[in-house]
Design a protein around this ligand. Structure first.
Ligand SMILES: [Zn+2]
Length: 84
């Protein structure tokens, strides 16, 4: 998908989301904590022919200043993501 070809149907009709904001535009992933919710931006690839949606979550949480918390640490500690 990231190379412009659909991994499901081989179509080249792929669109990438433009989600560059630290806030909630586009598709985001939330990790709920006891006091704080961390929000992670994503890069999403959508095939308009078969509608497959592939999402890559950013490695660090969105932050107004500096670098946000790491994804792996926050997901493991969250109350809304459970390991399967
Ligand atoms: Zn496709």
């Amino acid at each position: 998908m990231t190379n412009g070809t659909c991994s499901n149907c081989k179509s080249k009709n792929i669109y990438k989301s433009q989600n560059t904001s630290w806030s909630r535009d586009g598709i985001t992933v939330s990790a709920l904590g006891d006091k704080v919710t961390e929000t992670f931006a994503t890069e999403a690839y959508l095939c308009l022919d078969c509608r497959k949606l592939e999402i890559y979550v950013e490695e660090h949480a969105a932050a107004i200043f500096g670098k946000g918390k790491p994804l792996a640490e926050m997901i493991e500690a969250s109350t809304n993501w459970k390991k399967i």
